[in-house]
Write a protein that binds this ligand. Structure first.
Ligand code: GLU
Length: 421
């Protein structure tokens, strides 16, 4: 096993690069193409002055990293969090390239982030920061260049401000510059639930593949934001039993199953999952180690590490979040024969419906929610089967299979386009 300090183990860029190098080596990737794909093609750092509500001026640091535009415009979310770093945004941008290639949609990969605590900022401050960040990125984003979307700490409203700011500079409404917008502004029906829906589809496929049944299939979800809550809602609707929910401020456990619509309602009123009387309180960290069939980390990176991987007791690990498992944890889980649905496949439902949104915006013609969901289900099912078949054919695990499949597709396009000189 590798020996790394916890800081090295949990550096998302190192985690991404380690998997990339391993998969590239397995693919026998040409050395030159290896160098091209290993690093992002463009990294922007902006310092964003914002007039705060108390009259002071604050300067926030923001990033936009475009890893690849080989297969189409760069694509990826914008994250607002105090923990954002350039290495994290780099890793997330690369993961977007691989994710879009795994589900075979015509985008490259990008990610943005601003170091800030959106929970401590007013709507006015967030709006001014978002507009100025957008203005700083004017030349670099656009429907044919780089298309942002929501990620942690950003939502439909953030996308509406970006769309409006970009449009004001362009002197015309350009709704295809971002995805994840409100439906009223050119957003796609089904986009909000799309990552959770994709998670539920790959869970269905995994249990079919492993010969398990939905009946009695116990699920624990870490994170109850957009991805976690929608995964919980849709899986419960399909008949899975959601026995545990872990949030940043507490956990809930009910072996008979948690009533998810009731919990969503409780959270709306109380602002937290805590105090929900139809489940017992549980330690948010310990919940990850409870016995269950499916564990879904759906919050942040580095949740399953060398510190807890040996105590994980699920059969299927479905990564709703980006980078929740470290490379050392991967090795431990492999020994325990946990079936992993890797992040770049499991959470690709969001960007896939973003692709549908971009297509609909450019056509100016909008599909019904049923049409969007059907197309999403088809792509997720097909991609799951592509990855699992690739893993079987090449004798590698699902994560490496997903990377190999993605790298191969991006490398093929890069070679075909050639290197511009
Ligand atoms: N932030 C999401 C992700 O990590 C969605 C990206 C998008 O829709 O462009 O996949």
């Amino acid at each position: 096993m590798q020996t790394l300090t916890l800081e090295q183990e949990t550096n998302p860029w190192e985690a991404q690069a380690a998997r990339f190098d391993f998969a590239a080596q397995k693919l026998n990737l040409d050395q030159g193409i290896w160098k091209v794909l290993r690093y992002p093609s463009r990294e922007l750092i902006v310092h964003i002055p914002v007039g705060m509500d108390d009259g002071s001026i604050e300067v926030f640091t923001g990033y936009r990293v475009q890893h690849s535009v080989a297969r189409g415009p760069a694509k990826g979310g914008i994250r607002y969090s105090p923990d954002v770093s350039l290495d994290e945004v780099r890793a997330l941008a690369s993961w977007m390239t691989w994710k879009c290639a795994v589900v075979n949609i015509p985008f490259g990969g990008a990610k943005g982030g601003v170091i800030c605590d959106p929970k401590k900022m007013s709507q006015g401050e967030l709006e001014r920061m978002t507009r100025r960040y957008t203005a700083e990125l004017m030349e670099f984003i656009g429907p044919e260049k780089d298309v942002p979307a929501p990620d942690m700490g950003t939502d439909e409203q953030t996308m509406a401000w970006i769309m409006d700011t970009y449009s004001m500079h362009m002197r015309q409404t350009v709704n295809a510059v971002v995805t994840g917008k409100p439906v009223n502004l050119g957003g796609s029906r089904g986009r909000k639930e799309a990552t959770g829906r994709g998670v539920s589809v790959v869970c269905d496929e995994a249990i079919k593949h492993l010969g398990m049944s939905i009946d009695g299939c116990r699920v624990i979800i870490q994170g109850f934001g957009n991805v976690g809550s929608n995964s919980a809602k849709l899986l419960a609707q399909k008949g899975y039993t959601i026995i545990g929910i872990a949030e940043f401020d507490g956990g809930l456990y009910n072996p008979k199953g948690i009533d998810i619509p009731a919990l969503i309602e409780h959270r709306k009123n109380a602002g937290t999952i805590n105090g929900f009387t139809e489940a017992e309180a549980a330690d948010k960290r310990e919940l990850l180690t409870y016995n269950c069939e499916i564990l879904i980390p759906a919050a942040t990176e580095n949740v399953i590490t060398s510190k807890n991987a040996d105590r994980i007791r699920c059969k299927i690990l479905c990564e709703g979040a980006n980078g929740p498992t470290t490379t050392i944890a991967d090795e431990i889980l492999a020994d325990k024969r946990v079936f992993i649905i890797p992040d770049i496949l499991a959470n690709a439902g969001g960007v896939t419906t973003s692709y549908f949104e971009w297509v609909q915006d450019r056509m100016g013609y909008f599909w019904t929610e049923a049409e969007v969901n059907q197309r999403l289900d088809n792509i997720m099912t097909e991609s799951f089967n592509d990855v699992v078949t690739y893993a079987q054919n090449h004798g590698v695990n699902n994560r490496i299979a997903a990377y190999m499949l993605a790298i191969d597709r991006v490398a093929y396009t890069t070679k075909q386009r050639g290197i511009y000189a």
